[in-house]
Design a protein around this ligand. Sequence first.
Ligand code: EPU
Length: 421
Amino acid sequence: MDIFVIRGGNRLEGEVKLSGSKNATLPIEVAAAILADSPSIIRNAPDLRDVRFMGNLLEHLGVKVEYESSTLRVDPRTLSGYEAPYEFVSQMRASIYVLGPLLARFGRAKVSFPGGCAFGPRPVDLHIKGMEALGAQVRIEHGYIIAEAEKLKGREMDLLGPHGSSVGATGNVMMAATLAEGVTVIRGAAREPEIVDLARFLNAMGARIEGAGTPVITIYGVRELHGVEHTVIPDRIEAGTFMVAAAITRGSVRVKGAVSQHVEAVSEKLSEVGISMEWDENGVKVSWDGTLKAVDVRTSPFPGFPTDMQPIITSLLAVIPGISVVTETVYYERFKHASELNRMGADIRIEANTAIIHGVERLSGAPVMASDLRSGAALVVAGLAAEGETTVSRVYHIDRGYEHLERKLTALGADISRQSI
Ligand code: EPU
């Protein structure tokens, strides 16, 4: 098992280039494999455990998937299966993305019911509601979601859930509806840039989707979709992570590839903290600019402050004098990082879905454990600014979503190494 060993205190300086977005690549990989009838080439796909893992699931369904130098080649011509077994879905929840496309292609799909996750319950009721709205019969049997439909039929539906819109349900229904008969209208649709990129990919394949990026998406069903070439958008959560890493180390880092509209809520929060940001067409230069100020953060679906950045900005707020309050409205229990940060000397109290952070002068390095991807990133960022040595265990969580994190940080001057224990 790998760990990261970090000696904190180095200012980060220089330039870092973002990788392609994990959460855009995953549904695009699925759409290329299941909805299209000919091969696709997906460029700027990050070399990540989750991307390879999705490839393995798609190969299990009979598809050919090759990955080389940030390029995925997906050949769907041998697609034959319609079942995503427990051993895949239990390891990666995004496997649920095959539900809609399989249903659209085969008229049936059998997908293991995903369980909870390290940061709390993650239901799939909205995915099921969407498939039912398209005319599918859905039942849960022996831990599997079994969906059947002779022919999917376009319909109007509202996918807004109790915590706002759902990225996964919006993407799943959007993919299924491309091959449905008639017109589908999704109200309460997720507006995330990853949904916009998926729609761009599907439209290039021959789909007719309007409104992606707004709360109402209209999909006019078509008979078939063809493989295409596509370049995935840069990863906005990786962008935010490097922006915070620059800020917490009082450094100066150019984040190449960052798209200002994708990270607007994060940049606004960082400028409220007192971080300086200079944007140009290639990205953003983030620098520490004197005294920093405690702020309050409230997560919400895009264009709000992303839940995936919540653990990471918490690390920064932990070392800013004053009281910051972080409210999590998307995943109420996503606070596993707080107790680990407290082991490093932070003063964070959790009350219901809120973290009350009393900023401390500095953190002190300690052995800590990543419990999921973003909590792991938060601990790495904290370790960069802590006094002495921090070891972060369960690095495999971080490898799910950050391409060459330690290499990129080392190039910026951090003292971080990966060790196998
Ligand atoms: N929800 C429901 N019912 C559903 C689906 C979702 O109530 O059927 C709720 C969730 O419990 C949550 C909210 O709706 O409170 C939003 O969940 P969403 O469906 O948007 O999440 P997701 O599609 O499962 C994606 C990302 C996550 C990211 C969330 C929120 C992918 C592969 N995953 O998950 O990314 O946290 O959106 O932005 O796109 C990560 O990258 O670390 C990660 C966890």
